[in-house]
Ligand binder design. Structure first.
Ligand code: SAM
Length: 192
């Protein structure tokens, strides 16, 4: 009963790396229709269904409308790459900080493969600026990209901000697609 099959990619990655824990605060970028948020709500216990576990927080944003979900707070019609959205997300997080940033964002594909890849990489790079604002020290970032010419550029940028960066291709991701993920962990927050 997930809103979208994409849920299985996040379940698979989280079963292996345990990035979502009860009590954690999570930001879901590009959250519509809300399947990743459903997974996050269950795993961080933000709906409070597990009474003996700490209760977490899930906040999502998307350009599109995100149908309401118990345990999540959504910002529909919001561009995650816009710093104003970062400020609003921050207000919704306890202490203004998240343990985990998730991004399954994807631009509307224009059909020119390289151009689509580059637009998505640019969106991923903007997540590093968002992390600067709302990700806790030692926090994690999971982002989707389409593998291409600039993949190593993103990997380098992530490696300069995180202690560990892993490329992932979940089984639930179609073998013939360029889709892949980076899981960046142990965020080194710049000192201000
Ligand atoms: N993870 C979602 C789920 O499991 O339900 C599916 C996400 S879908 C593959 C990609 C989403 O990214 C789309 O809903 C799209 O509107 C959103 N998106 C693309 N660019 C965005 C941006 N700049 N800001 C916010 N959302 C964006």
């Amino acid at each position: 009963n997930y809103r979208c099959r994409s849920a299985f990619k996040l379940l698979e990655i989280d079963d292996k790396f345990h990035i979502l824990r009860p009590g954690y605060s999570v930001v879901d970028c590009g959250a519509a229709p809300g399947a990743w948020s459903q997974v996050a709500v269950q795993r961080v216990n933000s709906a409070g269904t597990k009474q003996n576990s700490p209760r977490g927080t899930v906040v999502g944003a998307d350009l599109l409308h995100i149908p309401p979900l118990d345990g999540a707070h959504f910002l529909s019609s919001h561009d995650v790459t816009d710093p104003a959205t970062g400020a609003k997300l921050q207000e919704l997080l306890p202490g203004g900080q998240a343990h985990v940033l998730l991004s399954d964002m994807a631009p509307n594909a224009c059909g020119f493969r390289e151009m689509d890849q580059e637009r998505l990489i640019t969106m991923c790079l903007s997540l590093i600026d968002l992390a600067d604002r709302i990700l806790q020290p030692q926090g994690s970032l999971l982002c989707k990209l389409w593998d291409g010419r600039l993949t190593h550029h993103l990997q380098e940028k992530l490696s300069s901000a995180f202690g560990s960066v892993r490329p992932l291709k979940p089984n639930a991701s179609r073998k013939d697609s360029a889709e892949m993920f980076f899981l960046a962990q142990m965020y080194r927050k710049p000192v201000r």
